[in-house]
Design a binder for this molecule. Structure first.
Ligand SMILES: CC/C=C\C/C=C\C/C=C\C/C=C\CCCCC(=O)SCCNC(=O)CCNC(=O)[C@H](O)C(C)(C)COP(=O)(O)OP(=O)(O)OC[C@H]1O[C@@H](n2cnc3c(N)ncnc32)[C@H](O)[C@@H]1OP(=O)(O)O
Ligand code: FAD
Length: 643
C-alpha cells in the first residue's frame, strides 16, 4: 500500500530518504515553533530555508529530491513562492530569450522572486487590478505605478522581507490605450544590501491566523512610485510591445497569462491529500489508543475507533485522502499533457484544464480544511493541544480555501464551463471530463437499478448515479438560465444552484478517477481489495451526504438511498481491521506528523505528560506576575460583608 500511495517504488524510496534526512537533522526541529515570537519565528524560517538550500547544493539533490526536502521541512517559506510560482510563471509566460536570462538566475537563487498579483482592493477580479505599466517609447521602458491605496500589492508570499524581485501583474497602457493585465519582472531590492530600490515601498502585512502556522511567511505589501523597468521585462510569450510602441497579440490565447494559476491549483490538489492524510493519520492512530466506556468485568474500555459514530466520521476522511491522492495523480497527468500541447501551440484542452484544476482545487481544499477540523474533534480534548499537531495543521491549511482563487469563485468558473457544454450539446460532442453529458438523454431517462445493499458494490451503478445527478443538475440549471433574457443576469441570480451543479460535476470526477485507478494493475496482496473498499466508502459517503440531490433529481428512490447507507455501515466494518495499516502506508515520519497523538509507537500518555513540563509556564513553580497581580488579590482586606 505504501507503493500504491507513493505512486511507485522509486518515489517511495526517494521521498523516504528525504523525510529521514529532514527528520534526523536538528536544524529542522519544529516542536518549539508555536512558542516563538514573530521575529524569531521568521528568522528561524530563514535559517531552515538556508540550511535546506545548502543540503540541496552540497548533496547535489535533483529537482524532485529538492521538492520532497522542502515538503518535509514543513514550514511555509518564501522558497515556496520562488520555486512554486515565480519560476513557473517565467517558464510559462516568458519568451525563449527571457527564460534564458531569468531562469538560471532564479534556479541558482541569485535572485529571489515572488508572485505579486493580488492588491488591497482586488484579488478574485484579476481584470480589476489597478497597478499600471505605462510604456514610454522614448526611454524604451515601462513605468510601473500604484495610482491608489487600493492598488497596493497585498498578500504575495515572500514579498514582505525576502524577495529581491517580483512578478508584478499590472494593466498595460501603450499609447494611452489599455491592453489588460500582463506580467512584469520588477526588481524590488538591491542585490548588494537588500534595501528597497528607489520608488519601492515594501513590507510585511502583519500577523495572520494562528500561533506560528503561516506566520513563517512574509506576505507582503508593495507600492510603486513611477518605477522604471526595461521593455524586455514584460513577459512576452502571450503578447508583445515593440520598441516603437506597438502592441501585438500572438496566436497564444490571452488566458495563458493565468497559466501559473492552473499549474499551482494542480499542485494544491496533490497537497490536499498530504494535509488530509496527516490529520487522518493522527486521528486514526489516536482513536486506536484512546479508550472510553464499555469496560466489562474490569476489562479494558472500548477503543474509540470501534464506535460506529467515530468510524462514520473518520473512515470517509481516510477514503477521501486516498481519493484526493489518485485524482491529484490524474490531474498532474492532465496538466503535463496540456503543458506539452501548449508548447506545440495546441490550446484546445486549456478550457478543460482550467475547469478541472479550478473545480478540484475548490473541492479538495474545502473537504481537507473541514476534514482537519473534524479530526481535531475526533481526538476529543487532546486534539486541541498544539502538541497534537492538529491546530497548526488547520491554521496553516485553511487559507488554501482562499488563495489561488476563492473556492466559490472557482466553482463559478466550473459552472460557466458546464453551462457552455450543455448549451453546445446539439452540435458539439463533449469530451474529457464532460463526455458523460453526451449521454444526457439516457442519463435523464434511466433511473437507478439498485435493489439490495450489495448492488451498490458495483462501480457501474455508482458512476451512473453520479453521472445522472451531475447531468440532471446541469441541465436543470441550463433550463432555468434559458428563462432569462440576459444570460449574465441569469447566471448571477442562479449562482448558488450553479455552484451545487459544479460540486456534483467535480465529485463525479473524483469518484470516476478512483474507479479508473482500480482498473489498473495494483500489485501487493490485498492492496487492491482494500482500495476497492475505500473507493466504495468514498462514493457511498458522498451519496449519503448529498442524498437530497440524488432524490431531488429523481434518480434515486428513498429506499435506494437507505440501501446505500446500509452498505456504508458494512464497509466501515471492513475498513476497521486495516485502519492503522492504511494510515501507516502514508509513510510519515514522526517529525513530519509533528503530533504526540499520532506517534507511530502509540506511546501517547507518557509523552503528553512529558511535553506539558516543557511549556515555558512550567519553568518555575510560581508564575512570573504572581506576586505583582495575584498575591495582592489574595491578601486584600474586604470591607463589604457581601463581597
Ligand atoms: C517546492 C514548491 C512546490 C510547490 C509549491 C507551489 C505552490 C505553492 C503551493 C501551495 C500554496 C502556497 C502558497 C500559496 C500561494 C498562493 C498564491 C496566490 O494566491 S496567487 C493569486 C491567485 N489569484 C487568483 O487565483 C485569482 C482568482 N481569479 C481568477 O482566476 C480570474 O480572474 C477569474 C476568477 C477566472 C475571473 O476571470 P473572468 O472570467 O472574470 O474573466 P476573464 O476575462 O479574466 O476570463 C475569461 C475567460 O478566461 C477563462 N479563464 C479564466 N481563468 C483561466 C485560467 N486560469 N486558465 C485558462 N482559462 C481561464 C475563463 O474560463 C473565460 O473563458 P471563456 O468563457 O471566455 O471561454
Ligand atoms: C495565505 C495567503 C497567501 C496568498 N498568497 C498570494 C500570493 O503569493 N500572491 C498573490 O498575488 N496573492 C496571494 N494571496 C491572495 C489570494 O490569492 C486572494 O486572497 C484570493 O484570490 C481571494 O481573493 P480576494 O481576497 O479578493 O477575495 P474576495 O474576492 O474579496 O472574496 C470575498 C468574498 O466575496 C466572494 N466573491 C468574490 N467574487 C465573487 C463573485 N464573482 N461571485 C460570488 N462571490 C464572490 C468570495 O466567495 C468571498 O466569499 C494570498 C492569500 C492568502 C490568504
Amino acid at each position: 500500500m505504501k507503493v500504491a500511495w507513493a505512486g511507485s517504488r522509486e518515489t517511495l524510496e526517494l521521498s523516504d530518504r528525504m523525510a529521514k534526512l529532514v527528520a534526523n537533522d536538528p536544524v529542522f526541529e519544529k516542536f518549539t515553533r508555536p512558542m516563538l515570537g514573530r521575529k524569531e519565528l521568521f528568522k528561524n524560517t530563514l535559517r531552515k530555508a538556508a540550511h535546506g538550500w545548502k543540503l540541496i547544493v552540497d548533496l547535489r539533490l535533483t529537482e524532485e529530491e529538492a521538492k520532497w526536502l522542502r515538503l518535509y521541512i514543513d514550514e511555509p517559506a518564501y522558497t515556496d513562492l520562488h520555486w512554486g510560482m515565480f519560476i513557473p510563471a517565467i517558464e510559462g509566460q516568458g519568451t525563449e530569450e527571457q527564460k534564458k536570462k531569468w531562469l538560471p538566475l532564479a534556479q541558482k537563487m541569485k535572485i529571489i522572486g515572488c508572485y505579486a498579483q493580488t492588491e488591497l482592493g482586488h484579488g478574485s477580479n484579476v481584470q480589476g487590478l489597478e497597478t499600471t505599466a505605462t510604456f514610454d517609447p522614448q526611454a524604451d521602458e515601462f513605468v510601473i505605478h500604484s495610482p491608489t491605496l487600493t492598488s497596493s500589492k497585498w498578500w504575495p508570499g515572500g514579498l514582505g522581507k525576502a524577495s529581491t524581485h517580483a512578478l508584478v501583474y499590472a494593466r498595460l497602457i501603450v499609447g494611452g490605450e489599455f491592453h489588460g493585465v500582463h506580467g512584469f519582472i520588477v526588481q524590488l531590492r538591491s542585490l548588494e544590501d537588500h534595501s528597497p530600490l528607489p520608488g519601492i515601498t515594501v513590507g510585511d502585512i502583519g500577523l495572520k491566523f494562528g500561533n506560528g502556522a503561516y506566520n513563517t511567511m512574509d506576505n507582503g505589501v508593495l507600492r510603486f512610485d513611477h518605477v522604471r523597468i526595461p521593455r524586455n521585462q514584460m513577459l512576452m510569450r502571450v503578447s508583445q510591445v515593440t520598441k516603437e510602441g506597438k502592441y501585438m497579440q500572438s496566436d497564444v490565447p490571452r488566458q495563458l497569462i493565468y497559466g501559473t494559476m492552473v499549474y499551482v491549483r494542480q499542485t494544491i490538489v496533490v497537497d490536499a491529500s498530504k494535509a488530509l492524510s496527516r490529520a487522518v493519520c493522527i486521528a486514526t492512530r489516536y482513536s486506536a489508543v484512546r479508550r472510553q466506556f464499555g469496560s466489562r468485568n474490569g476489562g479494558p474500555e472500548t477503543q474509540v475507533i470501534d464506535y460506529k459514530t467515530q468510524q462514520s466520521r473518520l473512515f470517509p476522511l481516510l477514503a477521501s485522502a486516498y481519493a484526493f491522492r489518485f485524482v491529484g495523480e490524474w490531474l498532474k497527468w492532465l496538466y503535463m499533457d496540456v503543458k506539452q500541447r501548449l508548447e506545440a501551440n495546441d490550446f484546445s484542452t486549456l478550457p478543460e484544464a482550467h475547469a478541472c484544476t479550478a473545480g478540484l482545487k475548490s473541492l479538495t481544499t474545502t473537504a481537507t480544511a473541514d476534514g482537519i477540523e473534524e479530526c481535531r474533534k475526533l481526538c476529543g480534548g487532546h486534539g486541541y493541544l498544539v502538541s497534537s499537531g492538529l491546530p497548526e495543521l488547520f491554521a496553516v491549511y485553511i487559507p488554501a480555501c482562499t488563495y489561488e482563487g476563492d473556492n466559490v469563485v472557482l466553482l463559478l468558473q466550473v459552472a460557466r464551463f458546464i453551462v457552455k457544454t450543455v448549451s453546445e450539446l446539439g452540435y458539439k460532442q463533449p469530451v474529457g471530463t464532460t463526455a458523460y453529458m453526451g449521454r444526457v438523454a439516457t442519463l435523464m431517462q434511466n433511473n437507478c437499478a439498485v435493489r439490495t445493499a450489495e448492488d451498490w458494490l458495483n462501480p457501474g451503478a455508482i458512476v451512473e448515479a453520479f453521472e445522472a445527478r451531475a447531468a440532471r443538475m446541469a441541465v436543470a440549471c441550463g433550463r432555468q438560465l434559458a428563462k432569462f433574457e440576459n444570460p449574465e443576469e441569469g447566471f448571477a441570480e442562479l449562482a448558488s444552484d450553479l455552484v451545487e451543479a459544479s460540486v456534483a460535476h467535480c465529485q463525479l470526477i473524483v469518484v470516476s478517477k478512483f474507479i479508473e485507478k482500480l482498473q489498473q494493475d495494483i500489485p501487493g496482496k490485498g492492496v487492491k481489495q482494500s482500495l476497492e473498499i475505500l473507493c466504495y466508502v468514498y462514493a457511498l459517503f458522498l451519496l449519503h451526504k448529498h442524498q437530497g440531490d440524488f432524490l431531488a433529481v429523481g434518480y434515486l428512490t428513498p429506499k435506494q438511498a437507505l440501501l446505500a447507507n446500509d452498505q456504508l455501515r458494512t464497509l466501515y466494518s471492513k475498513v476497521r481491521p486495516n485502519a492503522i495499516a492504511l494510515v501507516d502506508s502514508f509513510n510519515y515520519t514522526d517529525h513530519y506528523l509533528g503530533s504526540i497523538l499520532g506517534r507511530y509507537d502509540g506511546n501517547v500518555y507518557p509523552k503528553l505528560y512529558e511535553a506539558a513540563w516543557e511549556d515555558p509556564l512550567n519553568d518555575s513553580d510560581v508564575a512570573d506576575g504572581f506576586h505583582q497581580y495575584v498575591q495582592p488579590i489574595l491578601k486584600q482586606k474586604l470591607h463589604s460583608a457581601k463581597l
